[in-house]
Ligand binder design. Sequence first.
Ligand code: TYD
Ligand code: MG
Length: 476
Amino acid sequence: MAKAAAVFACNSCGSSFPKWLGRCPDCGGWNTLESAGGARASPGGKRLSADVMAHPARPLSEVSGAPEGDTGPGGRLRTGIGEFDRVLGGGLTPASAVLLGGDPGVGKSTLMLQAALGWAGQGERVLYAACEESASQVRRRADRLLASAAESKDNADSASALDIPPQAPPDDLLVCPETRLGVLLEQARQARPAVVVVDSIQMIDASEASTTSGAVAQLRTATLGLIRGGKELGFALMLIGHVTKSGGLAGPKLIEHMVDAVLRFDGDRYHAHRVLRAVKNRFGATHEIGLFEMTGGGLREAADGAGLLADEYQPRPGSVAAPVMQGTRCLMVEVQALTASGFLGSAKRKVSGLDSSRLAMLIAVLERHGGLRLADQDVFASSVGGVRAVEPACDLALALAIAGAFLGRSLPERTAAVGEIGLGGEVRPGPQTERRAAEARRLGFERILGPPVRRGASGAGWTGVSTIGQAMEMLT
Ligand code: TYD
Ligand code: MG
């Protein structure tokens, strides 16, 4: 018998190589290659034929196109939390696997418990594996969430919120503080849930199913085991994952590849706003975002109340309000910039929530066509509130924020800016200018700086500026 070739697999991206390497050529991770043994090459003829019997190859024309575990037309599992369902593309797809990542304390457990209450409230059975908390902690949190939901409902109906006992969690919400993979899967086999929530995947102990030790191999085994269980038993899987220090989702990229959708929950540490977005979604668009606000009674949808209000916004040097498109929605966002003396030739340029290549381009345009000397200036720029403003239509706002920061001047009150900037310093219209102008006006902005438009097409308060130099004249 031929000696089985050794195989080394990267525990971050899953690529395999015939020899060990210090750095994975595919994902660039250091020291991520582990021996996967030669066993994979020949698991034995008997096993193989049994496996083939279980999943025989068959003509695609005979395969049903309905999602596995589909329950009805559309077939999505909706929580009733509109902002959450929308990001998933209209609810959770049955038997799919979704990973939710975010910084500790951002509210992942809260969001998942609210979603679980939503699914269970509609009669879908949910198994909530609370690996990081005790069952009674989960119960207390659920009671608090339900009480606050009942209260806000009552307030809306202007009825008395008092002496109404908090509604008990629905019977279809099962909680188990289980961390062992095998036991969890057996629980699912008995309970037959439509959704299994795992909080968090890093806490799942797959040692009995894993032949290799090490946290990453375990994580991979646990994820794979749960996904397989989901396909077999027909439950949809919601995995909560922690974000690593470098900001990567749930550490190894590998589990991002294994799931159908990857969601990220972000927020500003100092603000109550939370933004949910899909980084990857096999069942929907990835540009939709969900907006929430963290309150004493859990997360509240912030669909209409979101965005910067002109009343609350105080113009300052280095700050400009801009209408930004996020999927089908337009949001007013504050773009900030700061300039500080640096060293010629090694000036720093840093962005957060903005596009770094556009920042570099705008600095060059401001030098050439705005008459600013920024070559020895460190420039820092960010979008406030966790919303990414990376479209070219944010150019004008970002350029004015940088110029304002450098000159110590600001735009007049209740003024917003929108438009792309070309390399010649010209201000050009971006997509959906009218939508943006309408949103800015709705939130109380009375003047909108933007590209010149024909016959005042963009309505009241539109101030056309054709070059960056002309726009900078508005800074006082
Ligand atoms: P949590 O969902 O536990 O975050 P994660 O699972 O992402 O680590 O929530 C963390 C924070 O949210 C915590 O600091 C308290 C706050 N919070 C509220 O403000 N209101 C609430 O109703 C709840 C449940 C939590
Ligand atoms: Mg948590």
